[in-house]
Design a binder for this molecule. Structure first.
Ligand SMILES: C[S@@+](CC[C@H](N)C(=O)[O-])C[C@H]1O[C@@H](n2cnc3c(N)ncnc32)[C@H](O)[C@@H]1O
Length: 239
């Protein structure tokens, strides 16, 4: 794994399909109940889709997070627990917690964590909008492919929750489906508008301005593309 320094210059991995900052996102089409229903249905096939289109950005998320064993780490929206399993391996003596809105996803994440042989973790159903954690409880908060599901008007609300539970100096790393300038972006947008649940309710967004708005510092963004699926990896530090 490639360690990165938090102060280092940010790198755009590819200019091909690089989005222009500040583009408006397509509005979210699924409400919370519809999101739950969509993920209840796709839980069994989620890992296949995710392995083909999101594994590269997920790897980068862990590199950027640079978790040190012994830290306290929260993953919000764990899904089937692909990233959480890797967090457990990197942080065997630390505190590892994860939540997800959908019971079926948490059940899968628990099974995966149990199979890995790790111990001392906590996985439960929870809502990113109202984290049941104390202020300043975590060194690291990670969240992959969730903001691309929720309405843009809620971005600041949820990011403020992430900021609240991070200690000063704590690191935030987010991964989302983003917008791109290539033809494939038009295809993703058309698919989302026509059949939003097919993409699990995800549409391309640009979250960096909101991360800055809630007061994170050293905010960096990286564009990662896998099989024409455009992702952004965003990091920031709580002052
Ligand atoms: C596209 S999946 C991503 C799962 C996982 N992070 C990954 O990258 O494989 C989106 C997940 O976000 C969860 N989710 C959606 N809204 C949420 C919320 N308000 N709070 C917590 N989890 C949420 C869904 O239940 C689903 O498991």
């Amino acid at each position: 794994m490639k360690p990165i320094s938090w102060g280092s210059a940010w790198r755009i991995s590819s200019n091909n399909g690089k989005p222009s900052q500040g583009e408006a996102s397509v509005e979210a089409k699924l409400n919370k109940d519809e999101v739950r229903a969509a993920y209840r249905k796709v839980a069994w096939v989620y890992d296949l889709w995710s392995g083909l289109t999101e594994s590269k950005a997920r790897r980068r998320c862990l590199e950027v997070a640079a978790i040190k064993d012994g830290e306290s780490v929260l993953e919000v929206a764990v899904g089937t627990g692909i990233l959480f399993e890797k967090i457990l391996a990197l942080n065997p003596t630390g505190r590892n917690e994860g939540i997800d809105l959908t019971e079926e996803m948490v059940t899968r994440a628990r099974a995966r964590a149990q199979k890995s042989g790790a111990s001392g973790y906590d996985l439960k159903v929870g809502d990113a909008y109202h984290l049941e954690h104390a202020d300043h409880a975590f060194d690291v908060v990670l969240n992959n492919y969730m903001f691309d599901l929720i309405p843009e008007k809620d971005f600041v609300v949820v990011l403020s929750e992430f900021r609240r539970v991070l200690r000063p100096g704590g690191r935030l790393v987010l991964v989302n489906m983003t917008t791109g300038a290539g033809w494939f972006n038009t295809v993703w947008e058309w698919l989302y508008k026509t059949w939003p649940s097919l993409l699990g309710g995800c549409r391309g967004i640009e979250l960096t301005p909101y991360v800055k708005e809630v007061g994170f510092e050293q905010v960096r963004r990286e564009y990662v593309r896998q099989l024409f699926f455009p992702s952004e990896v965003i990091s920031g530090v709580k002052p």
